[in-house]
Design a protein around this ligand. Structure first.
Ligand SMILES: [Ca+2]
Length: 374
């Protein structure tokens, strides 16, 4: 199958606008604010994994990984101000020990994977509309051919204040944008080896993990790791707001999306390890780029554990459901990005959940891997 990329989906986004002819009655600000994080797309898993020969899977290299001790924690929203409905009920979760990459996967690391396998990311593949139209609401019109070329989403904010209910205002579909050209074909990652790789879809992250002998974290592992051993924390660093005093994570200072004061020093991605690590020694678990998790997203998943004393290493729901976009099956993303601030998505809270379809890529989504303890 070919990829399903954003612009096709933009048609349905326009229709739904998270405001919602397509699907729901949900129009509150919390829901529309999700658009800062990832515009909507439709659903489908590609077959890019064929590029990775699992028979030749590498043994994981634990260098650059941190051993996260097992334990029990309370998963879900802490604060009353920013937590969303999908972060409740808070429930006890047991996590076995595992290794986690201390940083987000960098351009240099991803390049090693591509050089070894010849892997071509979703954003580098053209779109086959005959395939893609099976995955969008019936009647969705075929986009112009220019939008079926390889490409991805680039953040292109307006220079004036805008309503925050339509992400298309600040996201642009750019032909030729991919992990090697994160801002479009004229950009490059030369000299940016230590930046987190972006413009990678979930299936790209999954393929990388397979190749590395690792895997993507479960959502529960991710949140447990982000808390750094401090169950009561709202954020990986504690309870003080991200923008109080020294900025705690690469995030957005100023008025979103038209004014970025860059008080933290970074307009977009920051090199990994630019901010202090959390209690487990993990860097950028808050901010910088969103990180793909292995789990499907279901807005009601935590209800599954309402009457469970301790959930044992939950692996996520078997089916995805996002009431904002019932047509789209989505994977969880965590941690927030350089586009997050408190007035918008506060994605850097340890409990904050986000989601996107597996074939979606954007300029603010990356990932890190985990590995089992042998
Ligand atoms: Ca920043």
């Amino acid at each position: 199958m070919q990829q399903y990329t954003f612009l096709v989906a933009a048609l349905t986004l326009i229709a739904s606008a998270c405001g919602s002819k397509q699907n729901t009655t949900s129009t509150n600000s919390a829901d529309s604010s999700e658009l800062c994080c990832m515009p909507a797309t439709s659903t489908r898993l590609g077959s890019a994994l064929a590029a990775v020969n699992n028979d030749k899977k590498n043994t994981p290299n634990y260098k650059g990984m941190v051993l996260i001790p097992g334990g029990v924690f309370s998963m879900g929203g802490r604060d009353k101000k920013f937590a969303r409905a999908d972060e409740f009920p808070v429930h006890k979760v047991k996590i076995n020990a595992f290794y986690m990459d201390e940083t987000e996967v960098t351009n240099a690391q991803f390049a090693a994977f591509v050089n070894a396998t010849g892997y071509k990311t979703v954003a580098e593949r053209a779109i086959d509309w005959e395939e893609e139209k099976k995955n969008v609401p019936p009647g969705t019109p075929k986009p112009d051919d220019q939008y079926l070329q390889p490409g991805s989403l680039v953040f292109a904010p307006p220079n004036h204040e805008v309503s925050l209910d339509n992400a298309l205002v600040w996201w642009s579909w750019v032909t030729g944008a991919d992990w090697k050209h994160p801002y479009g074909p004229a950009s490059s990652i030369t000299g940016k080896d230590n930046m987190p790789v972006v413009q990678v879809a979930w299936e790209d992250a999954y393929a990388y993990a397979q190749w590395a002998g690792k895997r993507l974290p479960t959502e529960a592992e991710w949140e447990y790791a982000a808390r750094g051993g401090h169950d009561d924390y709202v954020y990986p660093w504690g309870n003080e707001g991200v923008d109080m005093g020294k900025v705690k994570a690469n995030s957005w200072q100023g008025h979103f999306p038209n004014q970025n004061t860059k008080r933290d020093g970074y307009e977009t991605m920051a090199p990994v390890k630019s901010f202090a690590p959390n209690g487990f020694g993990l860097y950028d678990m808050a901010g910088n780029v969103w990180e793909w998790c292995n789990d499907w997203y279901h807005h009601d998943y935590y209800q599954t554990f309402a009457n469970v004393a301790v959930a044992d290493n939950p692996q996520g729901p078997t089916e995805s459901y996002d009431p904002m976009e019932p047509f789209a099956k989505k994977k969880v993303t965590r941690g927030g990005s350089y586009l997050c601030n408190d007035t918008y998505c506060s994605g850097y809270r340890a409990a904050a959940r986000m989601k996107s379809t597996p074939e979606s890529s954007a300029q603010h989504i990356g990932f890190r891997c985990v590995a089992n303890v042998k």
